[in-house]
Structure formats: C-alpha cells, structure tokens
Design a protein around this ligand. Structure first.
Ligand code: 13P
Length: 246
C-alpha cells in the first residue's frame, strides 16, 4: 500500500513570524493522522528554519522549493542540499512549472537537482505537466512523457514523488477532473515503470475536491498551492476521507 503524500507549497508567501503563527494554528487542527499519509510543508527558504523549529516533535515534514545540484560554489542566489539538511528538510520540489517558465529551467537541470536530492538523502518531488496550448494541440502526453523520461533519468523510483500538475490548473481555480487526473497519473506510473512510485496531483486542490481526488486509485497525494496557505483549509485537506468501498 502506497503512503499518500499531502504537500503544501507556499511559494513566495510567509515570513518567519507568519510561519510560526501558521504552525501554532495548524498542528492542533491537524491532530493525529492515520498512518496511511504523510504531510509536508514547503515554505520559502527564509522561513525553513523557523517552521522547522515550530513543527519539531510533530509528524509534519519540511520540503524546500528547489535545490542546487552542487554542494558549494559560485552560484549567487542558490541554496544547496547540505544547507537544507541542516534544517531538517526531507523533501525538495524540483521541476515546478514556475521555475521552468520564469527561469527557463531545463529537464537536464531538473534531473541534476533531483539526483543531488536523492544522493543527499532527500526525496525529490518532481513536477511535470502540460500547458493549456499543449493540451489543446493534443500534445499533453508527449510533453509529460518527455519530462518524465528526462527528469527521472538515473533516479531511484523508490525514493521519489512525481507531481502531475497541469499548468492550466495551477492557481486558476480550474481543477483537472478527478478521472482525467487519475488517467494521467496512471500513464506516468507506467512510464516510470515502478508500480509503487508515489504520484501526486496538483492544481487548484482545495477542501472541496480533495476527497474525490484521493478516491482515485492512481492519485497518491496532492501538491497544494493557494489552499495550503490557510491552516484550517490545509488541515482539512490533510484529513481527507475516502469513502470505504462497500
Ligand atoms: P494551486 O493549488 O494554487 O493551484 O497551485 C498548485 C501548485 O503549483 C502547487 O505546486
């Protein structure tokens, strides 16, 4: 049985003070979780340390929003794996569509980041997904397959999360239908070639659609942007309930 990974990506939101206040509100709302799921929060780099301290003793894990492929060097503005490990970071998001778009990240660079994460003992959350125009042109599967093949080269699929995030569903309120998201997650599972790889869906996930998404057999978790900024909403997402089959 695959353990679900429910992750919140705060993007460029939350100061240290806000992160501490979030943790104080979130932990009591989260309560004890069933062992079938893991909860991860990805604050901006500057709030990692404060959040890590505020969550100490809880089961909530910390992800970074990216990682450089070298441990040290002349890379202005970058953060390396040893710097993250020092603060208890266990996961790292790589290949998100925002750095792909705004900073022209390539599949090759994303693969280097993911390899470095695994070598350092972190779990990469590798994001893939097609744009609106690629979907309309019937190219979604080809684009995602390329991102999977190149992004995962040389990686250990047992220490990995893949997040299927259709770009047109990110921050738009347009969630991909649960069955269509499940279909793509199933295709990705086949391309990875490891049945137990954890595959998340991301894109306008909220309290109102989480139960339906998590009821899909190939969706093993979610990567949540906007709705993870509200502790009550994200606690509800983490406490998703899947109807028991009769
Ligand atoms: P939203 O949940 O705000 O659509 O963002 C999704 C996302 O990009 C998570 O990484």
């Amino acid at each position: 049985m695959r353990q679900a990974v429910i992750a919140g990506n705060w993007k460029m939101h939350m100061t240290c003070a806000e992160a501490r206040a979030y943790a104080a509100a979130f932990l009591p709302l989260l309560g004890e979780l069933p062992g079938d799921r893991e909860v991860v929060l990805a604050p901006p780099f500057t709030a990692i340390s404060a959040l890590s301290e505020a969550l100490a003793g809880s089961a909530v894990r910390i992800a970074s929003q990216n990682v450089h492929w070298d441990d040290v060097g002349a890379y202005t503005g970058m953060i390396s794996a040893p710097m993250l490990l020092e603060h208890g970071v266990s996961h790292t998001i790589v290949g998100h569509s925002e750095p792909r778009k705004y900073y022209s990240e390539t599949d090759e660079q994303i693969n280097l980041r993911a390899r470095t994460a695994q070598k350092s003992g972190m779990i990469p959350i590798l994001c893939v997904g097609e744009s609106d125009s690629q979907r309309e042109a019937g190219e979604a599967e080809r684009v995602i397959r390329r991102q999977v093949d190149q992004g995962l080269e040389g990686l250990d699929p047992t220490q990995l999360v893949v997040a299927y995030e259709p770009i047109w569903a990110i921050g738009t309120g347009k969630t991909c239908g649960a069955e269509e998201a499940n279909r793509l997650c199933g295709l990705i599972r086949g391309w990875v070639g490891y049945d137990d790889v954890i595959i998340q869906y991301g894109g306008s996930v909220k309290a109102e659609n989480i139960d339906l998404l998590m009821a899909q057999p190939d969706i093993d978790g979610v990567l949540v942007g906007g709705a993870s900024l509200d502790p009550a909403g994200f606690a509800r997402i983490a406490r998703y309930q899947v109807p028991v089959a009769a």
